[in-house]
Design a protein around this ligand. Structure first.
Ligand SMILES: C=CC1=C(C)c2cc3[nH]c(cc4nc(cc5[nH]c(cc1n2)c(C)c5CCC(=O)O)C(CCC(=O)O)=C4C)c(C)c3C=C
Ligand SMILES: [Fe+2]
Ligand SMILES: [Fe+2]
Length: 371
């Protein structure tokens, strides 16, 4: 880890000058790093007011109850991955790739003007969490902080929850540098083209088994959250249409569906399992594209790879393909680097879900329009 280079003034304002030292903070969910961590990880998740919308002490009570009940099945899920989630190591690989991409091309557009950039990780429900990362970012002493969620689509349950905790924690540790949140990028070219790139050869291979159907499968949300104004489903639909268009396959058979439901509430649909059964009835091969996740973890490596593959076999689907997440695909990483540069340059991308542009006022599905 390099030492920060000297700056003219620690409290240098951004107005009228480009930042010289930028901290990019990647937000992700976090996952248990050992079997003993599963229950406290789940407690942190269900104690989040963005997930369980109750005041305390009821929320903590419910979180304690649900995490206790869910710990056993969740531990079994993580046991299939060696007892831990691979999310942190995969996010670290993305952080290293992004840092390299940001440092590698000083001539890129828009120019970063020689700003030194360091990439950090703040997980929401397991380590490293905001408190430890905010302290490390403060020690780096940046003159700009860019918050970059590894969630292409904005949700109150993910990006907004992480941003809220980040701002509270930054205040607690005395991190006062100007901070910009890059809210979302569901149709950003780098993300979309990298996704299409990964699908194309697998689609060609699946054609040997019939005309494939592409299932763009996103993590679901309770219907109530969407009815409350969460733009996540709207943005997921835009991602699915954009990847489908980028594939450039005539008469492509595709559907947008939702996985990973937990709890008794009604969730948005159609569900991925219902779509797998329908594909079985129709006798078509399927490709499952995890379009709301950008790296591998339990929801892709267990739920899709093991559980859905098994369900597809039972349902009579002739051929099942799990498409990998974009991970460190150079097109995806370069797309993120471009968004960061735009944000640093103050040009755009504070809200990047409308391509690479700031959304017009009250643009449907834009989280900025709801403030
Ligand atoms: C697009 C990203 C995600 C949204 C939206 C989201 C909402 C959401 N999640 C739960 C409950 C659980 N999620 C769990 C795991 C998990 N969730 C996401 C992403 C989103 N969640 C990821 C990346 C992961 C995987 C973590 C890992 O494996 O490392 C879990 C734990 C696993 C399990 O028990 O199945 C729960 C529980 C809710 C309730 C919710 C919206 C209200
Ligand atoms: Fe989740
Ligand atoms: Fe937007």
């Amino acid at each position: 880890m390099s030492q920060p280079s000297p700056k003219t003034s620690a409290s240098q304002s951004l107005s009228g000058s480009r930042p010289r030292r930028v901290a990019v903070v990647l937000f992700n969910l976090g996952g248990p790093d050992a079997p003993e961590a599963v229950r406290p990880f789940l407690f942190n998740l269900f104690a989040d007011p963005a997930i369980i919308r109750l005041p305390n002490p009821f929320r903590f009570l419910i979180a304690s109850l649900i995490s206790g009940r869910r710990a056993k099945p969740a531990t079994e899920i993580y046991a299939q991955l060696g007892g831990k989630s691979p999310l942190l190591e995969n996010t670290e690989a993305q952080a290293a790739a992004l840092e390299a991409a940001l440092g590698a091309d000083p001539g890129a557009e828009p120019a970063a003007d020689g700003a030194e950039t360091k990439v950090f990780i703040a997980m929401r429900y397991w380590h490293p969490m905001s408190a430890e990362t905010a302290a490390r970012v403060k020690a780096y002493d940046p003159d700009l902080v860019v918050l970059l969620p590894l969630y292409p689509q904005f949700s109150t349950t993910t990006t907004a929850s992480s941003a809220k905790v980040w701002h509270e924690t930054a205040k607690t540790v005395g991190l006062t540098a100007p901070t910009r949140l890059l809210c979302c990028y569901p149709t950003q070219a780098g993300f979309i083209d990298a996704s299409a790139d990964l699908i194309r050869p697998l689609y060609e291979a699946a054609k040997a088994h019939g005309t494939p159907r592409v299932l763009f499968s996103a993590h679901g949300l309770p219907k109530k959250v969407v009815a409350g104004g969460d733009p996540y489903q709207w943005q997921c639909e835009r991602t699915a249409e954009s990847i489908a268009a980028a594939l450039g396959i005539e008469h492509l058979d595709w559907v947008n569906c939702y996985q990973s439901r937990v709890g008794p509430m009604e969730w948005i649909g159609p569900s991925t399992d219902a779509e797998i059964r329908r594909a079985g009835q129709d006798g078509v091969p399927i490709l499952v594209v995890p379009m709301a996740f950008v790296s591998e973890h339990s929801e892709t490596l267990v739920e899709i790879e093991i559980e859905y593959r098994h369900l597809a076999k039972e349902a009579g689907v002739p051929h099942f393909t799990r498409v990998p997440t974009v991970g460190v695909h150079p097109g995806f990483i370069d797309g993120l680097a471009r968004l960061v540069r735009q944000t640093v340059a103050g040009k755009a991308a504070v809200c990047a879900h409308n391509g690479d542009r700031i959304c017009p006022p009250n643009f449907p599905g834009c989280p900025q329009a709801r403030r």
